[in-house]
Write a protein that binds this ligand. Structure first.
Ligand code: FAD
Length: 404
């Protein structure tokens, strides 16, 4: 993708930062108290402004209505949007839709583009991605139990799906899901057993069991994670996405860029939490004239947070540049490194920001508790931190002649 010039990018980021501060941040109080349904009108108006400004779907190329940014530049933008929980949604680049758009743009047939990709790009519908199963360790996705059996029906060839998924983010209210299912169980190579299928959420036999409560909050719509069951769900054979048996290779394609998106969004959250921490430390007085900021422990947290956030940003942007220049494979270890490092940074910064706020920090009167709940999963989804650390360590020990 073309690189936007540094000056243009700086201006763009500054304009978008102003938009986030002036249009999205004012919606946050109602959002904190009433969730997404409390800001339907405000969010719709914000999305209209984003479109009018030419900022819609910034992660996509211009042919798909986006901005044709490099991954490096989109990463910088993702940080600015991450300052608000509403940023990515307002710009139509929220997970998992952004990843689904990319997969569909690369692999969808003409029918699939017209029926599924175009409405997603337009922001008329949302989608979800159903891979993880409660009965199987998601860290080793080869163990999928959900099946999609090819069969003949009165209407022609079809796939019949049976299985159980959970943590399908945003399934509540989605128009369709992309499902990873075993279509070729006989295949020796476990990575070639699964395929991706597009399944409309209103299909007969697709049971939306529940929105899974996360630390007491079940959420709604895009901000929820669902449990789904597939009981003989039948989709026409033309709902296979990409070639059969390529489920894992297609999933792999989205993981590198997806992790850059997440990491930069987390850095945006870190910056916002950092500002809140500093503001509180500067204004909360332990006694007249003695702000929290005068205490060395607080100073340490502030200094360490500053250093970690800056280091994290440089690491992620460096990985993004490698992907832009040499492809995701060349950045494989870098991507694992940033995934656990930035997740740990996020947890550290949020925890310190909460601690500095004292009791206020654990209430829902600030966004800190929202992020604490919603982002604890950062070191679990898209590969748990332990798995990423082992990728990094394996590469290092290889240089010492040890194969792990
Ligand atoms: C907020 C959130 C959103 C999600 N959204 C989606 C979604 O939209 N679609 C979807 O399909 N899935 C989604 N997931 C599921 C996610 O992908 C899985 O949770 C993840 O792959 C881990 O699988 P698991 O939960 O089964 O944990 P397990 O595989 O059971 O692992 C449990 C723990 O074991 C440890 N562990 C695992 N492997 C190793 C190892 N090799 N070495 C050392 N320790 C290890 C780790 O600490 C890990 O956390 C989401 C999860 C969360 C938390």
């Amino acid at each position: 993708m073309p690189t936007t010039s540094a000056t243009n990018m700086d201006t763009l980021l500054s304009d978008i930062r102003t938009f986030v501060d002036n249009v999205l941040l004012p919606l946050e109080d109602d959002f904190r108290e009433g969730g997404l349904s409390a800001i339907t009108d405000g969010l719709r108006e914000a999305r209209e402004q984003v479109r009018a400004n030419g900022w819609w779907c910034p992660q996509m190329d211009e042919a798909h209505g986006g901005m044709s940014l490099s991954l490096h530049d989109f990463g910088r933008l993702s940080e600015v949007l991450g300052r608000s929980p509403l940023g990515h949604l307002a710009f139509n680049c929220q997970a998992p839709d952004a990843g689904n758009m990319e997969i569909l743009a690369d692999h969808a047939s003409d029918m699939q583009r017209a029926r599924y990709l175009d409405p997603l790009l337009e922001g008329e519908v949302r989608s979800c991605f159903a891979m993880t199963e409660p009965e199987n360790a998601g860290s080793n996705p080869k163990q999928l139990s959900t099946t999609a059996e090819r069969t003949s029906t009165d209407d022609g060839q079809a796939f019949v799906l049976n299985g159980h998924k959970w943590f399908t983010t945003g399934a509540d209210g989605s128009a369709f899901t992309i499902v990873m299912a075993v279509t070729h169980p006989e295949e020796d190579n476990p990575y070639q057993r699964a395929s991706m299928l597009i399944v409309p959420m209103d299909s007969d036999g697709l049971e939306h069991v529940r929105r899974i409560p996360i630390m007491g909050e079940e959420g709604e719509g895009w901000l929820s994670h669902s449990e789904l069951k597939f009981h003989d769900v039948t989709v026409p054979v033309d709902h296979l996405l990409g070639p059969a048996q390529h489920g894992f290779s297609i999933a792999q394609e989205r993981l590198g860029p997806g992790r850059i998106h997440h990491c930069m969004r987390w850095i945006g959250i870190c910056e916002r939490a950092f500002e809140m921490m500093c503001e509180r430390a500067a204004t909360r007085e332990l006694s007249p004239g003695t702000p929290l900021a005068s205490k060395q422990t607080i100073q340490n947290w502030v200094a360490e947070s500053r250093a970690r956030i800056d280091a994290a940003r440089l690491m992620v942007l460096d990985a993004a540049k490698t992907i832009d220049d040499e492809g995701a494979r060349a950045a494989r270890v870098d991507i694992s490194t940033i995934k656990f490092f930035v997740a740990d940074t996020l947890h550290d910064v949020l925890d310190h920001a909460i601690q500095v706020h004292g009791a206020l920090g654990v209430t829902d009167d600030t966004l800190l508790s929202f992020w604490y709940r919603h982002e604890r999963g950062a070191s679990i989804y898209d590969g748990p931190s332990e798995v990423h650390k082992s990728v990094v360590a394996r590469r290092i020990f290889k240089q010492y002649g040890i194969k792990l």
